[in-house]
Design a protein around this ligand. Structure first.
Ligand SMILES: [Zn+2]
Length: 125
């Protein structure tokens, strides 16, 4: 089994309306997103997936969040934009792309909202 991980970042504002604390107020983060993919079979070049290809897919998904007020984006009109929900959104957006399937699976998405706090989405099997 091989696992590759890439790290990308985006900047966005959010608020957590039902949170009892200061995060219910509008504020922003420099979000760091780690995406891991797994597979057992390498291609003829010896790669699970080209890092460049993986990064471009992640960048496409993060472009739907970057420099937005997350609460007003389509993904979070009905869900609070917590690190947990952002990780799940990025995971599910990537997993439905044709690049990912049997040979190369998205295995986890980790979203850091600060240098010391992150949430990871890993689908239940
Ligand atoms: Zn926050």
């Amino acid at each position: 089994m091989f696992e590759l991980t890439i790290i990308e970042e985006f900047e966005a504002a959010h608020r957590l309306p039902d949170y009892d604390g200061k995060c219910c107020r509008l504020h922003g983060h420099n979000w760091k997103v780690e995406v891991a993919v797994r597979g057992t079979e390498l291609d003829s070049s010896g790669l699970l997936i080209d890092f460049k290809v993986l990064k471009s897919h992640v960048a496409e998904v993060l472009a739907t969040l970057d420099h937005y007020y997350l609460n007003e984006t389509p993904a979070f009109l009905t869900l609070p934009p917590t690190a947990e929900h952002i990780a799940q959104y990025v995971f599910e957006s990537l997993a439905k792309l044709p690049t990912f399937g049997e040979r190369v699976r998205v295995s986890a998405v980790r979203v850091w909202e600060s240098p010391r706090s992150c949430a990871t989405y890993i689908p239940e099997v």
